[in-house]
Design a protein around this ligand. Structure first.
Ligand code: NAG
Ligand code: NAG
Ligand code: NAG
Ligand code: NAG
Ligand code: NAG
Length: 266
């Protein structure tokens, strides 16, 4: 029902409905325009949800051919917090000036990720019924400078924020023992799977170039394993946690709801 509604909306007003992306000049697809989506034939703005896509369409949001400008990296200070900017549109972030369609209009409004006139907070694009319904989001890293060499199983989740996407400025704690990146940097990605009670289940991924700063360790990250379900999930008939089922240590992100290369069941 909801996906039918979404399809209708997308068909009629291709680019009006917004969701959320992590915006930073180090991201792939930083200058993606509405016109680029129209030319491509589907909504591939960084904020568009990824659902039922081929691997090429969902991996790095289909933006691997649109790298950031040279020298742009999202910095990860080891042992400190990195602040990401999450928003429904680039015009609501500190990168507003580079939004081509808006001619660089500044539509930032404090910490609100989606300040859209007439829509009360939280905006439907935040996909939550309220603060207690937030499902969090994650940052993952691959210690590889060449984007074409990265495979989904190479990403290791290194930080999550449980209260994401409540605020535009969202802090991610960077583990103190993150080793430095190769000379040309690492690749990172932001992942979000929101509550299923406010707009269906969707996967989000935005890739960007990143670098660990102030690193004091040279120990490589452990090889990430597949995450397994182990928490209590009373809404789905699992009243108790099953700690024996947990994956301990380094984990891959969830890849879900796509046509190809999912790593968790539906
Ligand atoms: C995207 O569209 C803009 C105009 O909106 C154009 O200048 C740019 O070349 C396009 N980029 C790609 C990758 O097609
Ligand atoms: C995006 O646009 C801004 C402003 O025009 C420019 O400074 C930046 O280099 C562009 N980035 C890419 C990847 O093209
Ligand atoms: C690195 O650590 C030093 C102190 O050890 C601190 O002054 C500096 O701000 C840190 N730099 C970054 C990028 O976090
Ligand atoms: C999540 O982000 C919020 C907003 O920036 C911040 O207040 C909070 O401390 C962060 N949580 C964690 C675990 O870092
Ligand atoms: C254990 O994990 C698997 C894979 O995620 C999942 O299918 C299964 O339901 C989990 N079992 C329990 C008891 O949570």
């Amino acid at each position: 029902m909801l996906s039918a509604l979404l399809l209708t909306l997308v068909g009629a007003l291709p680019l009006a409905s917004a969701h959320i992306a992590m915006f930073h000049p180090s991201m792939y697809g930083f200058n993606w325009t509405d016109q680029n989506s129209t030319d491509l034939g589907y909504d591939n703005r960084p904020v568009a949800p990824l659902q039922g896509y081929t691997f090429e369409q969902w991996w790095f949001h289909g933006h691997t051919k649109y790298p950031p400008a040279p020298g742009q990296f999202f910095e990860l200070p080891a042992g400190q917090a990195a602040t990401a900017e999450l928003a429904c549109d680039k015009s609501h972030t500190s990168s507003f000036a580079s939004k081509i369609e808006d001619h660089g209009t500044d539509l930032q409004r404090g910490n609100d990720p989606c300040p859209t006139d007439g829509v009360p907070f939280p905006n439907p694009a935040m996909h939550t019924t309220g603060f207690n319904d937030l499902k969090g989001c994650a940052l993952a890293i691959a210690y590889e400078s060449d984007v074409s060499k990265i495979k989904p199983e190479d990403f290791t989740v290194f930080s999550i924020n449980q209260t994401c996407v409540w605020t535009r400025f969202t802090d991610f704690q960077v583990p103190a023992r993150m080793p430095p990146c190769p000379e040309d940097g690492c690749h990172c990605a932001w992942f979000w799977i929101h509550a299923d009670d406010s707009g269906g289940e969707q996967n989000y991924m935005n890739g960007f170039k990143c670098k660990v700063t102030n690193s004091t360790s040279n120990v490589a990250l452990a090889k990430p394993k597949l995450p397994r379900r182990c928490g209590a999930d009373p809404d789905y008939g699992k009243p108790d946690a099953a700690p024996g089922n947990c994956t301990y240590g380094a984990k891959q992100p969830f890849y879900w709801f796509q046509k190809e290369q999912n790593n968790v069941g539906s």
